[in-house]
Design a binder for this molecule. Structure first.
Ligand code: GDP
Ligand code: MG
Length: 440
């Protein structure tokens, strides 16, 4: 992962042009990666079509770093399909909020009921679980167990009373929830191994009976290519307001997320990441985009398109360091490249594996780059090439000219000297470092 980061940084300071052939090659790889991740073919086609169009547009050609721009486009498009901003649960204006769960058997509905209950309880709610899965012999008991683990009330049909009729159970449960003043009701429903009409009719009837504020469609992230057909069947049969992706702890690569979100247009709201009740979190589209981007080494591929150029530039820079001819002028140039990259923090947040780095950099102030730039600009060309010229009166002049202080000018000179020294060692010794990042 850190290898990858290093490569990514080297791409950060690169500029160069992407040819249509580069774009086509990259798009082909993205396509392969998405198919490998079990994203449905029509979704892949649609997606790569949009990426290709944008990658060949002026937006990219005019960018200082087209390769990075393409990565950004891929990321943006992924986040958009995955729902853009994270969506929150919709609560009822009055009376209990009703959340109904639907999905195939084994998708993780009953487990999710417990997870949601615990999560909501922590948030000060008083959820009640409703056992409206009367299909499997031990389904009711399973819900009672997770309810107990979550510390939430469970409404289950009494033997002989309403057994076999989940719609009736759901209706009764609503009455009980109102009486006992539960503010959230979570209705667990039955699933079958495959989509079937009977089940769908039952789910639709339960929906009608409880008039839910949210219907969450729970889907196993490992479902692969069946994701689209299953999601469409549930959308037509019950309709749902949001999606919960379960079993994301497995090695599922998120393809189902992209397919379901893209085909149904419904937001993915939660991610289930294990069997325990705490293995649960709101779904973050940007994180999933990173997970998908991590696939097939898309970043690396794009960087490869740039590699030849990159190597040339790296060699030239290393040469300068080694021969002591790296000047404040070069320093300024590198700084401008960094700055033109747009928000460095935003860029880092976008890169798989760079999240930790992003937090570290949260203290980093981009306006400092601007001040540094101003200081160097206030120097004469001679001073830029030979910082040794910078005596007290010159430093005062520069500070005035750049709207900074002598202390800041001093600091910049020190940082530059340190960076140049470090880089010289590196250039001779060969340990990979990141030019331009030293003084940050
Ligand atoms: P339901 O048939 O839709 O109610 O599914 P269940 O909630 O009974 O879950 C089926 C199986 O999947 C159970 O063994 C759960 O422990 C397991 N399970 C549910 N959610 C997750 C998850 O996010 N990760 C993993 N690894 N297992 C899960
Ligand atoms: Mg169940």
């Amino acid at each position: 992962l850190s290898d990858r980061l290093t490569q990514t940084f080297s791409a950060l300071r690169t500029k160069g042009k992407l040819s249509p052939a580069d774009v086509d090659g990259t798009v082909r790889e993205i396509r392969r990666a998405l198919l490998d991740a079990d994203v449905a073919l029509p979704v892949v086609k649609d997606f790569t079509g949009r990426v290709r169009e944008r990658a060949l547009s002026d937006e990219v050609n005019k960018a200082l770093n087209p390769a990075q721009q393409v990565v950004k486009i891929v990321n943006d498009e992924l986040v958009t399909i995955l729902g853009g901003e994270q969506r929150r649960l919709q609560f009822a204006k009055s009376g209990p909020t009703v959340i109904m769960l639907a999905g195939l058997q084994g998708a993780g509905k009953t487990t999710l009921a417990g997870k949601l209950a615990k999560w909501l309880k922590n948030d000060g709610h008083t959820p009640m679980l409703v056992a409206a899965d009367l299909q499997r012999p031990n389904a009711v008991q399973q819900l009672q167990v997770v309810g107990e683990q979550a510390g939430a009330a469970v409404y289950a049909p009494e033997p002989g009373n309403g057994v076999g009729d989940p719609v009736r159970v759901a209706k009764d449960a609503m009455k009980v929830a109102r009486d006992r003043q539960h503010d959230v009701v979570i209705v667990d429903t039955a699933g079958r191994l495959g989509v079937d009409a009977e089940l769908m009719k039952q789910a639709a009837s339960i929906r009608k009976a409880v008039d839910p504020d949210e219907v969450l469609f729970v889907i196993d992230a490992m479902i692969g290519q069946d994701a689209v057909a299953t999601a469409q069947a549930f959308q037509e049969g019950v309709d749902f307001t949001g999606v919960v992706l379960s079993k994301l702890d497995g090695d599922a690569r998120g393809g189902a997320a992209l397919s379901v979100a893209s085909v149904t247009g419904r937001p993915i709201m939660f991610a289930s990441t294990g069997e325990g009740l705490d293995d649960f979190e709101p779904f973050y589209p940007d994180r999933m985009a990173s997970r998908i981007l991590d696939l097939g080494d898309i970043l690396t591929l794009i960087e490869q398109a740039q590699k030849a150029f990159d190597d040339d530039q790296a060699r030239a820079t290393a040469e300068k360091f080694a021969t002591d001819s790296f000047t404040l002028e070069d320093f300024l140039e590198q700084m401008q490249q960094l700055k033109n990259m747009g928000s460095i923090k935003g860029m880092l947040g976008m890169l798989p594996g760079a999240r930790g780095m992003k937090e570290q950099l949260d203290n980093f102030d981009e306006s400092e780059l601007t001040r540094t730039e101003a200081i160097i600009r206030s120097m004469t060309p001679a001073e830029r090439r030979l910082p040794k010229l910078l005596n007290g009166s010159r430093r005062l002049r520069i500070a005035k000219g750049s709207g900074t202080t002598v202390t800041e000018v001093n600091q910049l000179v020190i940082r530059f000297e340190q960076a140049a020294k470090m880089m010289k060692t590196v250039a001779k010794g060969g340990m990979p470092q990141i030019p331009g990042m030293g003084p940050l």
